[in-house]
Design a protein around this ligand. Structure first.
Ligand code: 48F
Length: 281
């Protein structure tokens, strides 16, 4: 016999367990596209407490539609080991070019990240940051439908030792940081330079090169890097997004361990709480 109220109780109890465990994080990742999910997965596999905030209902960002809704993606040689690490099936096309099914790729990234212990809060929009003593120390969130309905409802705060802007072309976290805090970013101009037109070769290289910290406590990966630093866009070739996600996870790990430039300072003395590698039951 199914008790309808028990179904409600199960959902609400389990959801709030998850939500509570996302209140103080090692890393808050904004955006569940390829760069955000790859970064999240590697950080969680390394025992960091990570949550991904995604404003849409589905994870995967720009992967699902491949190029112009032809749902295949292209990946170059350098990123194959990440595909293999996530168990993503790929096929050689020509020298240096490989393809993967876009739906399979999006599903596998989400599966591996959540399996590693990443908490994903979907339909949850990051609309602001927390700022203390010159550092970004968290994000401010509101359910997306509430935000888009224009309801006059206050958001809630999530503490994080590091925050990753993986919001793609929009670079939303960087924008809000500049707009509200008058922050100087670690870019050529000190501001958000803005994305350039299509040139995949240059764009991919620049994204990987500039992936990293852009303001104390705030990092950028994926297409947001091109928007912030003024790189060229690259369309449906995804190797750079995957490599950028892995690279930023390594930089953040180093900083959380106190070895990096900002040393990912923890004003409240929070300790990293290991996430079990075996996923949640
Ligand atoms: O755009 P997206 O897939 O970012 P990415 O990881 O990858 C870029 C590629 O998909 C593609 C490309 C590859 O050559 O050019 O564009 O850099 O995913 C970004 C995610 O962030 C979410 C958005 O819905 C998308 O799923 N997002 C954007 N702003 C917010 C957000 C926000 N304020 N709060 C939460 N999520």
């Amino acid at each position: 016999m199914i008790n309808d109220v028990t179904v409600t109780r199960a959902i609400s109890e389990r959801f709030f367990e998850k939500f509570q465990s996302a209140l103080e994080l090692d890393t808050a990742i904004v955006g569940a596209g390829p760069s955000g999910l790859v970064a999240a997965c590697y950080l969680a596999r390394a025992g960091r407490r990570v949550a991904v905030f995604e404003s849409k209902l589905s994870t995967g960002g720009g992967i699902w539609g491949g190029g112009m809704l032809m749902n295949e993606i292209v990946v170059q040689d350098d990123a194959l080991e990440i595909l293999d690490d996530f168990g993503i099936v790929h096929r050689a096309y020509r020298d240096g070019y490989h393809t993967a099914d876009a739906v399979h790729t999006a599903a596998a990234l989400a599966y591996r990240a959540t399996e590693a212990g990443v908490i994903v809060l979907n339909a949850c929009r990051v609309e602001d940051v927390l700022f203390r003593d010159g550092r970004i120390t968290g994000v401010v969130v509101l359910w997306s439908p509430v935000a888009s309905a224009g309801l006059h409802v206050d958001p809630l705060s999530i503490g994080a030792r590091t925050v990753l802007d993986a919001t793609g072309h929009a670079a939303e976290v960087a924008h809000v940081t500049v707009r509200k805090l008058d922050a100087k970013l670690a870019t050529e101009t000190g501001g958000i330079v803005g994305e350039r037109s299509m040139w995949a070769e240059s764009g991919e290289r620049a994204v990987i090169e500039h992936t990293g910290e852009i303001f104390p406590g705030l990092y950028a990966a994926g297409m947001a890097v091109a928007a912030i630093h003024g790189g060229y866009r690259m369309g449906p070739i995804f190797g750079g997004m995957l490599i950028s996600g892995r690279k930023v996870s390594e930089i953040i790990k180093r900083d959380l361990d106190g070895a990096g430039p900002g040393a990912a300072g923890s004003e409240s003395g929070r300790k990293a709480v290991p996430v079990t590698g075996s996923g949640r039951s």
